[in-house]
Design a protein around this ligand. Structure first.
Ligand code: FEO
Length: 409
């Protein structure tokens, strides 16, 4: 059966594919409602532009839709806003079928193109302000790097006030009714997508929103999930709010946030955490808090990590390793910006005590500033050792407040 023709604006068509069965995306995202790989066709008086393709396994669906709205020899441009395989999977085949089409990518995509496509192909570069004309349709490019790959860009179709936003404003939410005012309630999927894909790049989100401001936007066509035509500004406002709110909360307190996360088997690492927190909190300008990782769920971990200027992690050593809750905490950093955050590690141990060093190395890999060596105490801390924990916490706080120190490598 032929797929329906879906016109999202005059002479602009949906040519994407639906993936109702996908349950995990990019390893890190759960997709309870499936997803879609959105692609679009813009038809002008002087030719056609194809805006992105789909995941390779869904190529047949894509070409079936494409063939309903244009001939291959009408295609003048293929625009790839983002090279990730869920959008570039049908590119090579499309270029074979439409050999006269020019591929348009961003400058940052060049290095990635060969790695993904594994062959030499011709392309033209777009930058912010580059315009292509299809006669009565005009497309202007906007560079929106790191949303969520370095290569990503958006484009704006002037005559229809339509923003092709790339992954920005996407949702993993399958619903063939397609438009935001027709599909089910996808608000959680929209927020979840932001949290997992865009949140680590908040500063770039704010930069992109600034660039979008010059355009009057009547419809947003993202690369995943519903097309946003009812109150597009509402979605833009959500992104603006989510990308700014952590800083606003911090400003409310007017202090730097230091968080001590710990997990303890026999209370020894717990005692260290208490004393480190006590010492840290003695420094003016620091608000220190302590969290037992045994009772902290992932969404709280993410929020606390995001809002903390300094993070201390304590774990005992069990079988030569830090324990799972400590690693789970660090795995949350994949969702966050970490520029400039200070880190330190500690733990009580029985035999070998590798955990604090292992956590320290991981923080180093995550580009934390690590001013102090890990603090290790054998078994039950003595009074003297507990004093050293107070001093350790105080020292981290002072560094967070700007005390100069040689950074430990
Ligand atoms: Fe939807 Fe980043 O690919």
């Amino acid at each position: 059966m032929l797929p329906p023709i879906v016109e999202i604006k005059p002479d602009v068509y949906f040519t994407g594919a639906f993936d109702p069965k996908i349950r995990t995306f990019d390893i890190i995202m759960k997709t309870a409602n499936g997803s879609s790989y959105n692609s679009y066709v813009v038809r002008g008086s002087e030719g056609v532009a194809v805006m992105d393709t789909v995941k390779k396994e869904f190529s047949d669906d894509f070409f079936a839709r494409l063939e309903r709205v244009c001939e291959y020899d009408e295609i003048r441009y293929i625009v790839l806003h983002h090279l990730e395989p869920d959008h570039s999977g049908a590119l090579i085949e499309l270029m074979k079928r439409a050999p006269a089409a020019k591929l348009i990518i961003s400058g940052r995509a060049v290095m990635m193109l060969k790695g993904i496509i594994k062959t030499d192909i011709e392309y033209e570069l777009a930058t912010t302000g580059t315009v292509i004309s299809l006669g009565n349709k005009t497309i202007e490019f906007i560079m929106t790097p790191f949303l969520h790959w370095p290569d990503t860009m958006s484009s704006y179709l002037h005559e229809e006030k339509l923003l092709f936003s790339g992954d920005v404003f996407g949702s993993h939410y399958y619903d063939e009714r397609l438009f935001d005012d027709l599909v089910g309630d996808f608000s959680y999927a929209f927020h979840y997508y932001y949290d997992h894909i865009m949140r680590p790049f908040k500063q770039y989100v704010l930069q992109a929103l600034k660039l979008y401001e010059k355009f009057e936007i009547d419809l947003i066509a993202p690369l995943h999930g519903p097309i946003l035509r009812s109150n597009p500004q509402g979605y833009i406002d959500k992104y603006a709010r989510w990308s700014s709110e952590a800083r606003f909360r911090k400003n409310e307190f007017g202090t730097k946030m230091l968080s001590v996360f710990y997990i303890s088997s026999y209370e020894n690492t717990h005692k260290m955490a208490e004393k480190i927190t006590q010492g840290a909190d003695e420094v003016e300008g620091i608000r220190a808090s302590m969290y037992d990782l045994a009772s902290l769920d992932e969404s709280n971990m993410i929020t606390l990590l995001e809002e903390s200027d300094a993070i201390l992690i304590g774990s005992p050593t069990i079988n030569g390793d830090a324990v799972k809750p400590a690693w789970d905490l660090l795995s949350c950093m994949a969702y966050l910006e970490r520029t400039g955050k200070i880190g330190a590690t500690f733990g009580s141990y029985g035999w070998t005590g590798e955990a604090p060093e292992m956590l320290h190395e991981r923080l180093k890999g995550l580009k934390f500033r690590l001013p102090l060596a890990p603090l290790k105490i054998k078994l039950i801390p003595t009074e003297e050792e507990l004093k050293s924990c107070i001093e350790y916490g105080r020292e981290v706080s002072e560094i967070a407040m700007g005390k100069m120190i040689e950074i430990t490598l």
